[in-house]
Design a protein around this ligand. Structure first.
Ligand code: IDP
Ligand code: MG
Length: 152
C-alpha cells in the first residue's frame, strides 16, 4: 500500500460548463480525500512553469492562453495509489481515446478543452503541489474509516 498525494486542476472550461461539483464529487465518491482546494486565476508566469515540459510544442501558446483565460480550481487529493487512480478517473488526454465513465470521456470532445489536469507521476505531483499551494493551505485531518483502511 502506498498513500500518495496528487494535484488536480479543473480548467476554465470545467468551471464555465458548470462541472465543478460533478468533478469534485467523482473524486470524493471514489474515496479520495481532498486536503487542499481553491479557486485561482493563474497568471502567465505560473502557467508557463506548470506547463514547462510542453514549451515549444505546437499547442503550447494556445494552452497557456486558455489556462489563463479564466479562473481554475486547484486541489490536492490524498489516498492509496492516488496518482494512478486519479489519472484513471480523469481519462486519456485525447477525448477520442478517453473511455466513457472517465471525466474526459464523459464530458469532452476536444483535446485543448479537456476540462481537467492531473499529475502523472510522483515527481510531477510534488512539483505541482509546491507550485500551487503554500504549506498552510494543505490540511491534515483524519477520516474515521482510515484506521480500517490502514491509510493515514
Ligand atoms: P495530460 O493533461 O493528459 O497530462 P499532456 O500531454 O501533459 O496531457 O498535455 C497537457 C495539456 O495540453 C492537455 O491536457 C491538453 O489540454 C493540451 N494538449 C496536449 N496535446 C494537445 C494537442 O495535440 N492539441 C491541443 N492541446 C493539447
Ligand atoms: Mg500532463
Amino acid at each position: 500500500m502506498c498513500t500518495e498525494k496528487t494535484f488536480i486542476m479543473i480548467k476554465p472550461d470545467g468551471i464555465q460548463r458548470g462541472l465543478l461539483g460533478e468533478i469534485i464529487s467523482r473524486f470524493e465518491k471514489k474515496g479520495l480525500k481532498f486536503i487542499a482546494l481553491k479557486m485561482i486565476h493563474i497568471d502567465k508566469k505560473l502557467a508557463e512553469m506548470h506547463y514547462a515540459e510542453h514549451r515549444g510544442k505546437t499547442f503550447y501558446k494556445g494552452l497557456i492562453e486558455f489556462i489563463t483565460s479564466g479562473p481554475v480550481v486547484a486541489g490536492v487529493l490524498k489516498g492509496e495509489n492516488a496518482i494512478k487512480i486519479v489519472r484513471k478517473l480523469v481519462g486519456a488526454t485525447s477525448p477520442d481515446n478517453a473511455e466513457p465513465g472517465t471525466i474526459r470521456g464523459d464530458f469532452t470532445i476536444n483535446t485543448g478543452c479537456n476540462i481537467i489536469h492531473a499529475s502523472d507521476s510522483s515527481d510531477t505531483a510534488n512539483r505541482e503541489i509546491d507550485l500551487f499551494f503554500q504549506k498552510n493551505e494543505i490540511f491534515t485531518y483524519n477520516l474515521a474509516l482510515e484506521q480500517w483502511l490502514g491509510s493515514k
